[in-house]
Design a protein around this ligand. Structure first.
Ligand SMILES: [Fe+2]
Length: 171
């Protein structure tokens, strides 16, 4: 039997306080248990979704070594994804890459250590995503189309329909 769910990610850092601040803020999570060495946080019914380990002498990350590319978190609606963008922007945290993947609208962020995090909203059902991911269009471009959240949010707030804002229109 496969696992029943994906449970958590644990990060090691030498920027412990900064990382705790960033992650609790980014996920609107609460610390379920924490001390000066290790903190567990969650934002839902899982006991911990992210844990952060304080290891003061770590070297900086090196993008030339193998490792995790990013982890992703899904928001419940387009409004919630846009609220997340605006909430983080107000704290000076902006995505380094924003993209319509076809099956998701996604903003990619870096935490203070350079770990990459995707905040996304599903644009279609699992069945529709399966069809899309098996299509020639996806094979030709499995990455997606770059978007600008500022532009999308402005159009949305001016009354343009969500379907129009999130439409996957290859360049
Ligand atoms: Fe992703």
């Amino acid at each position: 039997m496969p696992p029943i769910k994906f449970a958590h990610v644990v990060l090691r850092t030498s920027r412990y306080e900064e990382m705790l601040e960033w992650w609790t803020s980014a996920l609107e999570a609460e610390i379920r248990h924490g001390n000066e060495f290790l903190s567990f946080m969650s934002y839902d019914d899982e006991h911990h979704r992210v844990a952060i380990v304080n290891m003061p002498e770590l070297a900086e990350q090196d993008r030339k070594t193998a490792g995790v590319e990013h982890v992703a978190f899904t928001f419940g609606s387009l409004d919630e994804l846009f609220e997340q963008y605006k909430r983080l922007k107000a704290r000076g945290v902006l995505p380094y890459w924003s993209i319509n993947h076809g099956m998701t609208l996604s903003g990619y962020y870096r935490d203070p250590d350079g770990n990459q995090v995707e905040f996304q909203h599903d644009l279609c059902s699992l069945e529709e995503a399966d069809v899309f991911m098996r299509s020639p269009a996806f094979a030709a471009n499995p990455i997606g189309i770059k978007v600008d959240f500022e532009d999308l949010i402005e159009r949305y707030e001016n009354g343009e329909a969500a379907e129009s804002i999130t439409a996957y229109v290859p360049a």
